[in-house]
Design a protein around this ligand. Sequence first.
Ligand SMILES: CC(C)(COP(=O)(O)OP(=O)(O)OC[C@H]1O[C@@H](n2cnc3c(N)ncnc32)[C@H](O)[C@@H]1OP(=O)(O)O)[C@@H](O)C(=O)NCCC(=O)NCCS
Length: 158
Amino acid sequence: MKNCRQRESATIQDANGHAYRMKCVFDKTGWRLTVYDDDLWVADANCVVGNNVVRIGNLEVFEEAKGGKRGLGRWLYSILNLRNDVKNYRKRGLGTALLKFIVSSAKERGMQMVEGSLSPVDLVPNPDLPDWYKRRGFTVEGGGEFGCGRVYLDLQTR
Ligand SMILES: CC(C)(COP(=O)(O)OP(=O)(O)OC[C@H]1O[C@@H](n2cnc3c(N)ncnc32)[C@H](O)[C@@H]1OP(=O)(O)O)[C@@H](O)C(=O)NCCC(=O)NCCS
C-alpha cells in the first residue's frame, strides 16, 4: 500500500499565548514534529504509528535551544563555544501544547490510543515525569524512579 506522506505547518502556543511554528510530517508509519521560535529549534517529537496506536518515541522541549544565527555566525559561535544565546524553553507550557497536538492529531486520524514509555534515562533527571503525564489525563503503569514504565491515553473512552 502507498505510504502517503503529508507535510503540514501548524502553530502551537505556550501557557503565555506565545506562538510557535511547527513543521509536521505525517506518514503511515510515523510522525515527526519540529517546533521553532522564529529560527530557533526549541522542541521535537517523533511518534511511531501502527495498529491504530500512536507511540511517542521521544518528546522533548530543549533546555538549551541554541542558534538563531546562521552560516558563519553559527559556526563561529559553535567553535568558540559561546553560549550567551542559549535559551531554556521548558516550563512554559510548550510540552503540554505539543502533547495536546499529538493527542488531537491522533483523534483526527481515528487512532485508538496514544502511548509512551518511561525509561530511566528520562526518569532519573525528571522523576516527576509519570505525574506530569497523569496531570495530563494519561494512565501510568510502572515507572518508579529507576524502573521502566508505560503511559497511555485510551482515545476510545474519550
Ligand atoms: C517532559 C517535558 C517534555 C515537559 O516539557 P515542558 O515544556 O517543560 O512542560 P510544561 O511546561 O508543559 O509543563 C511543566 C510544568 O511547568 C509548568 N508551567 C508551564 N508554564 C508555566 C509558566 N508560564 N510559568 C511557570 N510554570 C509553568 C506547568 O504547569 C507544568 O507543571 P504541572 O505539570 O504541575 O502543570 C520536558 O521536561 C522534557 O523535554 N524532558 C526531557 C525529555 C523527556 O523526558 N521527555 C518525555 C519522554 S516520554
